[in-house]
Design a protein around this ligand. Structure first.
Ligand code: 6PG
Length: 476
């Protein structure tokens, strides 16, 4: 019997996704560049469902029912192109190639357009949730044509995570929309992780708490508004003790955060779209700064506060203040991420539904969190919200958090604890709510040195002052 779906690329994500399909009753054709991985999967997990192992791409394609649905689970970039090039001549019009990796959405657009000419659907599908998610139910962000989703959707929805019985998988939009949304997911992931790290750092320094005590704090937070996967695993990581030294695990890990690139793409793309995702950008830059070991070593004795704690009333409220600052800054990260999706959706004509995008992220993915329901509600109530931050639920939460947020940034500055995520999110919030910004002065400067012109608050049109002459204003 021909297989329902194929998976090629059987490293851990591909293998677990293939197992997930099989466990859900689909017959799964499996293929890998080196045969050994295919054989290992079939012999180790064959009992979980129906796998059809193939040695060659030809056999693999021939083992699938039509229209063929093939999920490519290899590294983004060249390896993905190589697999597409190998499979394409073997496919027929109507077949569907799925890229389940973290591809750049521009690559997905290019591939989709090229394959469309051959009558082959190419669906760029963001998959989040790591190894465990792939096996037990990931969050799935499918892009591609409506026709491809009609065939593919039922399978993806079956294997996706479910929250309240609803699959965390909704057709996001055509061509690169799915991978774009996955990229923004990762940008938010970076911001969320940075904010949690700042919370940890500030509480550790400010209150002199140990890793175990901090694990307790995060565990407590996870029972409230901040309930989320990343907070939950933070407690686990902080609780971990290094077997070799008996020290807290977090103290034996080199403090240089790495990145595979999706956070950087998010920021690069935001710059091109003109969307200020400042909190997400700070998270990417903070990782980058951490990796500049030589500069850090050279600067370690520069003057500034170090080692102090807070005392008195400040100390009593610091945990709760940091919780609120984290919550507020997290809202900013999501607001910025959604703004970026809105901008791309307009630019590329994707018509992304924001409420259902929030639904996808409620379960399975790395940024899954209780408050995603609130985001969904906000966009379902008003599809053209100017910013998530002004939706009633968020505006109220910000009202409750904003004073604590300011105290946290002040405390961090006084202690010399770097909190770029908290500080820039707060600056973004204040920037949005400020009636007049000093951008007016910047416009004046631009007009002065470059005759770049400016607009007035009280009249239509563009103007220029004759700065080197009589300083009179003229219409530009
Ligand atoms: C996910 C993750 C996944 C991966 C990140 C790690 O949604 O499952 O985001 O895609 O773990 O890409 O990214 P960095 O290596 O850049 O931290």
């Amino acid at each position: 019997m021909a297989a329902d779906i194929g998976v090629t690329g059987l490293a851990v994500m591909g293998r677990n996704l293939a197992r997930n399909f099989a466990r859900n009753g689909f017959s799964v054709a499996v293929h890998n560049r080196s045969r050994a991985k295919t054989d290992a999967l079939v012999s180790e997990f064959g009992h979980e469902g129906e796998f059809v192992g193939s040695a060659t791409a030809e056999e693999f394609v021939a083992s699938l029912s039509t229209p063929r649905k093939i999920v490519i689970m290899v590294k983004a970039g060249g390896p993905t192109d190589a697999v597409i090039d190998e499979l394409t001549p073997l496919l027929e019009p109507g077949d569907i190639l799925v890229d389940g990796g973290n591809a750049h959405f521009a690559d997905t657009r290019r591939r989709e357009a090229a394959l469309k000419e051959k009558g082959i659907h190419f669906a760029g599908v963001g998959i989040s949730g790591g190894e465990e998610g792939a096996l037990l139910g990931p969050s799935i962000m499918p892009g591609g044509s409506k026709e491809s989703y009609a065939a593919l959707g039922p399978l993806l929805e079956k294997v996706a995570a479910k929250v309240d019985g609803t699959p965390c998988c909704v057709h996001v939009g055509p061509d690169g929309a799915g991978h774009f949304v996955k990229m923004v997911h990762n940008g938010i992931e970076y911001a969320d992780m940075q904010l949690i790290a700042e919370s940890y750092d500030l509480l550790r320094q400010g209150l002199g708490l140990g890793a175990k005590e901090l694990a307790e704090v995060f565990r407590g937070w996870n029972t409230g508004e901040l309930d989320s996967y990343l907070i939950e695993i933070t407690a686990e990581v902080l609780d971990q003790v290094d077997a070799a030294t008996g020290k807290a695990f977090v103290d034996i890990v080199l403090d240089q955060a790495e990145q595979k690139g999706t956070g950087r793409w998010t920021v690069q793309t935001a710059l091109e779209l003109g969307v200020p995702i400042s909190g997400i950008a700070e998270a990417v830059f903070a990782r980058s700064l951490s990796g500049h070991a030589d500069q850090r070593a050279a600067a370690v004795n520069l003057p500034g506060p170090s080692g102090g704690t807070v005392t008195g009333a400040r100390a009593e409220t610091l945990v709760e203040d940091v919780r609120l600052a984290l919550y507020a800054s997290k809202m900013v990260a999501y607001a910025q991420g959604f703004d970026q999706i809105i901008a791309a959706s307009k630019e590329y004509g994707w018509d992304v539904d924001l409420g259902s995008t929030a639904t996808i992220w409620r379960g399975g993915c790395i940024i899954r969190a209780r408050f995603l329901d609130r985001i969904r509600e906000a966009y379902d109530e008003s599809g053209d919200l100017p910013s998530l931050l002004v939706a009633p639920f968020f505006a109220k939460a910000l009202e409750q958090a904003q004073q604590a947020w300011r105290r946290v940034v002040t405390t961090a500055v006084e202690l010399g604890v770097p909190t770029p995520g908290f500080a820039s999110s707060l600056a973004y919030y204040d920037g949005l709510r400020r009636e007049r910004l000093p951008a007016a002065l910047i416009q004046g400067q631009r007009d002065f040195f470059g005759a770049h012109t400016y607009r007035r608050v009280d009249r239509e049109g563009s103007f220029h002052v004759d700065w080197s002459g009589k300083r009179e204003e003229n219409p530009a």
